[in-house]
Design a protein around this ligand. Structure first.
Ligand SMILES: *[C@@H]1O[C@H](CO)[C@@H](O)[C@H](O)[C@H]1NC(C)=O
Ligand SMILES: *[C@@H]1O[C@H](CO)[C@@H](O)[C@H](O)[C@H]1NC(C)=O
Ligand SMILES: *[C@@H]1O[C@H](CO)[C@@H](O)[C@H](O)[C@H]1NC(C)=O
Ligand SMILES: *[C@@H]1O[C@H](CO)[C@@H](O)[C@H](O)[C@H]1NC(C)=O
Ligand SMILES: *[C@@H]1O[C@H](CO)[C@@H](O)[C@H](O)[C@H]1NC(C)=O
Ligand SMILES: *[C@@H]1O[C@H](CO)[C@@H](O)[C@H](O)[C@H]1NC(C)=O
Length: 595
């Protein structure tokens, strides 16, 4: 710059001078033109030469300048006649925004007095950059603004003139905005910001743009301003849950007020457009709404009423999140609540059929009872085991789902155990397990399965001869463990022929109690012993009986004077009278001896 000006100036000055001199020789105003901001000392022109003055007389004639402006920008060299810059000239200071700027200078010379008018044109150089009055502009633009919408921006000013003033504007790279430059009537440039693409606050809430004003100087100067576009929210986003569907488990009988889940929806908008209220949608059943409490502010769901697994296993609900915008938007999600079973129901036990009393000879595997079991709980809590109390001759057999049969597993014997107390215990597999019990009493009916039993199998009864007829010899009672008629015994002598007589003529037995009596008086010298059987028979159907052998030994008394009898054969006779009936007895002594 510094090196270019002098040459440019010289040529320019000379052309201007020549033109003015030729056009107006009589009243001549000499024109010079210099660019502003020339260095002090720079020569504008040689006034002596241009005005036809003698260089040597300049000092003598007191050549001087009269500058209109207060400031003395120029000076004349009295030796050479050169007009030079005494102080830098700022065109913008001098002429502000005037498009042309002249400094009127009079050259005055004495002896004789002469005044020459000089018009010094101060030429603009591009020494000022465009400047924005506000370095920062803030704009609020609704995100619903449509492309093409324009927003005027404050323009930049450049104190230079002509081509050195603002020529154009540039906007920093932006996807959404562009600018349009317009020229005013006076040539000044205005700029509008234009939306070229839809805004989305949720994507970008602030656009930080830089507007640059460029002047037309060479080289060009520029100034910048920042434009902050704040995007104003419109309710264009519906609340969204993090998941479309939620699943949660709760255990039944949880205390009222227990926390279930906290749902959370997000709304990308801001302010009331993003404030969310939660509610059950219309699709959620009344029943479900009755059981659960939804906090409309924070989305928390809590238990409102006692949850019973046995009543309801799954609750489904639709939750709506609605923002508080002017035209509210909403989002939904599904919540499924599974109820987890707790072992809160006792197993149940029911005797469906039971047969008592039963005969003691009942066959093994006979079903005597049918029991059903149930438990309202589910899973392990609802699986039940049925047991009977102690080790008993019974067995439980599963007959069908939840049904058991109690069967005889071993032969029974009323005479050993006349009745059984059977306790059924049903237990579930929950932790801790719950149980129930039921007792039945099984009574056995007697069967004639026991024969009467004598205390001895062989009775030896000594009898002194000469006994009184009808005397009690012994009591041969037997015992029968059966009951009633099965126990009711009848005794009798098993009849046996002995030489024209029978045992019942000699002995009699009380059929009811087994007392044995002698019917006649025995004589040792005639009969020494008797051997016969006595039977005891119960009254069952069919009856059972048993017998014992009775050995009667007649014992001697000294009642005879000695006589001689045949050693081989001896027969004797006698009558025995009992209750008015007399029987005739004949004994063969050798037979008696043989028995
Ligand atoms: C805009 O961007 C400029 C530079 O990139 C930065 O200095 C300024 O802080 C930004 N302004 C805002 C409001 O973000
Ligand atoms: C709910 O319980 C089931 C089994 O009862 C289990 O498989 C599932 O993982 C549980 N879900 C949650 C969310 O705990
Ligand atoms: C009850 O019976 C089940 C089989 O039904 C068996 O596994 C269990 O051990 C029994 N419990 C008792 C206490 O006897
Ligand atoms: C039977 O149940 C009752 C209560 O119902 C209980 O007191 C008793 O101990 C139970 N008996 C057995 C053998 O479990
Ligand atoms: C037995 O009685 C019969 C007549 O009833 C008689 O003929 C017989 O001789 C008798 N026998 C003896 C051994 O007395
Ligand atoms: C006596 O009983 C036995 C069995 O105990 C039997 O064998 C016998 O025949 C019976 N005797 C009579 C005479 O009935």
């Amino acid at each position: 710059m510094e090196c270019r000006f002098p040459r440019f100036t010289e040529r320019y000055v000379s052309i201007v001078f020549l033109l003015s001199y030729v056009l107006n020789p009589a009243f001549s105003v000499t024109h010079y033109a210099v660019p502003e901001e020339m260095k002090e000392g720079s020569v504008v022109a040689n006034v002596a030469a241009d005005l036809g003055l003698d260089v040597n007389s300049l000092a003598e004639r007191n050549v001087r300048l009269d500058v209109v402006a207060n400031k003395k920008y120029l000076e004349i060299n009295r030796e050479t006649g050169d007009l030079y810059i005494a102080e830098k000239i700022d065109r913008e200071y001098l002429c502000l925004s005037k498009s042309s700027c002249f400094l009127k200078i009079d050259v005055i010379i004495d002896n004789p007095l002469r005044i020459f008018n000089i018009d010094l044109e101060i030429l603009d150089i591009n020494d000022n950059a465009p400047r924005f009055r506000r370095e920062r502009t803030e704009l609020d633009v609704s995100e619903s603004a449509s492309p093409g919408e324009r927003f005027s921006l404050n323009n930049a000013v450049d104190t230079d003139v002509g081509s050195n003033t603002v020529r154009t504007y540039q906007l920093s790279e932006s996807e959404h905005f562009t600018i349009e430059v317009q020229t005013g009537r006076d040539g000044s440039k205005f700029v509008d910001l234009i939306l070229k693409k839809d805004l989305d606050r949720e994507e970008r809430a602030l656009h930080n743009l830089t507007l640059t004003a460029v002047d037309g100087g060479v080289p060009a100067r520029s100034g910048t301003a920042s434009i902050i576009v704040r995007v104003l929210d419109v309710n264009d986003n519906a609340p969204r849950f993090e998941q479309d569907a939620y699943t949660v488990n709760i255990t039944e009988n949880s205390p009222i007020g227990s926390f279930v889940i906290k749902l959370h929806a997000v709304d990308l908008d801001e302010g009331t457009n993003s404030q969310i209220k939660y509610s059950f949608s219309l699709y959620t059943s009344e029943k479900t709404q009755k059981m659960f409490d939804l906090n409309s502010e924070n989305g928390e769901i809590r238990i409102k009423e006692m949850i019973n697994y046995e009543e309801f296993i799954i609750y489904e609900m639709d939750i709506e999140a609605k923002d508080q915008g002017h035209k509210p938007l909403s989002g939904q999600c599904k919540l499924t609540i599974f109820v987890v079973d707790v072992n809160d129901n006792h197993p149940e036990l029911s005797i469906k059929s039971f047969q008592t009393p039963i005969k003691e000879d009942v066959a093994v595997n006979t079903v005597i009872a049918v029991v059903s079991v149930s438990d309202k709980d589910s899973g392990e809590n609802g699986i039940v085991d049925l047991n009977i109390s102690k080790l008993l001759p019974f067995e439980l057999k599963k007959s069908s789902e939840n049904y058991y049969e109690l069967v005889i597993s071993e032969p029974l014997d009323r005479e050993k155990v006349p009745e059984y107390e059977i306790i059924f215990i049903v237990t579930d597999r929950g932790i801790p397990p719950l149980s129930d019990n039921e007792t039945i009493t099984l009574e056995l009916l007697d069967i004639n399965d026991n024969a009467p039993l004598f205390s001895k199998s062989f009775y030896t009864i000594p009898v002194l001869e000469n006994n009184a007829p009808g005397s009690l010899l012994s009591s041969l009672s037997a015992f029968d463990p059966d009951l009633h008629e099965n126990q009711y015994l009848v005794y009798f002598i098993i009849e046996k022929e002995i030489v024209n007589t029978s045992m019942s003529m000699l002995f009699s037995i009380n059929p009811e109690n087994g007392d044995l009596y002698a019917l006649k008086t025995f004589d040792y010298e005639r009969e020494k012993e008797f051997l016969f059987h006595i039977e005891a028979r119960d009254s069952g159907v069919p009856p059972l009986s048993s017998n014992v052998t009775v050995h009667i030994i007649i014992m001697d008394q000294n009642d005879n004077t000695p006589v001689i009898v045949s050693p081989w054969r001896s027969t004797f006779y006698f009558y025995s009278c009992c209750h008015g009936t007399c029987l005739f007895f004949r004994f063969l002594t050798n037979y008696v001896n043989q028995v």
